[in-house]
Ligand binder design. Structure first.
Ligand SMILES: [Zn+2]
Length: 268
């Protein structure tokens, strides 16, 4: 069954007259493409996964989806696999602050969004500067069957994750039906695990290497957290000790005044 959410349909119809270039970028209200202001974006994966895959498989699939967007010579941004995380909250949580997470929603009632969406990326960006602050991916294991081997009865998990990671990089739905970022997926489809030239062009347009910020590249951080030792910092903020307060806990109430939150659903 092929279902499309209304928002995706409207976007497609509005842009049918556009051009040979098929990719579409998420933009702020000034029309500027949103972008990561750093060369390295770290994602974590919550290992509490869905029935169809083990925690190890889920983390491996996420890492493969991250890598699909890396090593693009005309784009400066790279995704670093930060390994496992204890957290499973979308958006900017009070603690530990912005953390980009791949999360799985499984079991009856676990999917809190519209039922026609197989996966979704929540993107938070500054509507003035267009800088992305946070991007979280949620997979709807509650209402859809997934698989990893091209089974015609299920959605390919790697393809879905690769698509959602593209949203996390500020890319909207492409008009090219062959592109990973096309808005529609069909059961059994695996071809879009691999980026097309249109997908790569989208990343190069929003993160051109000529505009690379001078900060560190990926690979210079700590080793990825493991399932046994997930990234799970201790909230040791002590109300009697101002030195223990996390910086984002202070700045967040102000920041939310100009941050925009968009959710990019992946129609099934
Ligand atoms: Zn999508």
């Amino acid at each position: 069954m092929r279902l499309v959410i209304a928002a995706a349909t409207a976007l497609t119809l509005a842009q049918l007259g556009a051009p040979a270039q098929a990719f579409v970028l998420v933009t702020n209200d000034l029309g500027q493409p949103v972008f990561w202001p750093t060369r390295c974006v770290t994602y974590h994966t919550n290992p509490d996964t869905i029935d169809e895959v083990t925690p190890e498989q889920g983390m491996s699939l996420a890492a493969t989806a991250f890598a699909a967007w890396n090593d693009n010579p005309c784009a400066y941004v790279e995704i670093e696999d930060g390994g496992a995380t204890c957290f499973d909250e979308a958006g900017i949580a009070d603690f530990p602050g912005p953390q980009n997470i791949v999360m799985w929603r499984d079991g009856a009632g676990a999917w809190p969004y519209t039922e026609r969406v197989i996966a979704l990326t929540g993107l938070i960006y500054d509507n003035v500067t267009a800088e992305i602050v946070d991007a979280d991916i949620e997979v709807n294991g509650d209402m859809f069957e997934f698989d990893t081997n091209g089974s015609p009865q299920a959605y390919d998990l790697l393809q879905a994750l690769t698509h959602e990671v593209g949203h996390g990089l500020g890319i909207d739905h492409s008009l090219d039906e062959r592109a990973t970022m096309f808005w529609l997926s069909a059961p059994g489809e695996t071809a879009k695990r691999v980026l097309t030239a249109d997908d790569e062009a989208a990343l190069c347009a929003s993160h051109p290497v000529a505009s690379a910020p001078p900060d560190a590249v990926c690979g210079s951080g700590t080793a990825p957290a493991t399932i046994d030792a997930p990234y799970c910092p201790v909230d040791d903020a002590d109300p009697n000790c101002s030195g223990g307060t996390l910086p984002f806990a202070v700045s967040l109430p102000l920041a939310l005044g100009f941050l925009y939150r968009r959710r990019r659903p992946h129609g099934a």
